[in-house]
Design a protein around this ligand. Structure first.
Ligand code: SF4
Length: 61
């Protein structure tokens, strides 16, 4: 699975709270990913974060 945060991000921090091994807040203030490649054991967390993002900024698949 690959993951990407698009420009819709409003910096709410939810994805970082749900899945800190994948998401972080970048210097620009919006969320980013440490790696676009998601380890299999983290895929469920990433899917949860993607489904919870209030602006659908997380693209995973
Ligand atoms: S949950 Fe969505 S809006 Fe909130 S920080 Fe993460 S990507 Fe940005």
């Amino acid at each position: 699975m690959k993951v990407h945060v698009n420009a819709n991000c409003i910096s709410c921090g939810l994805c970082v709270s749900l899945c800190p091994n994948v998401f972080h807040i970048t210097e620009g203030g919006t969320a980013g990913v440490y790696s676009q490649e998601v380890a299999p054991e983290l895929e469920a967390q990433v899917q949860e974060a993607a489904g919870s993002c209030p602006v659908s900024a997380i693209e995973a698949g």
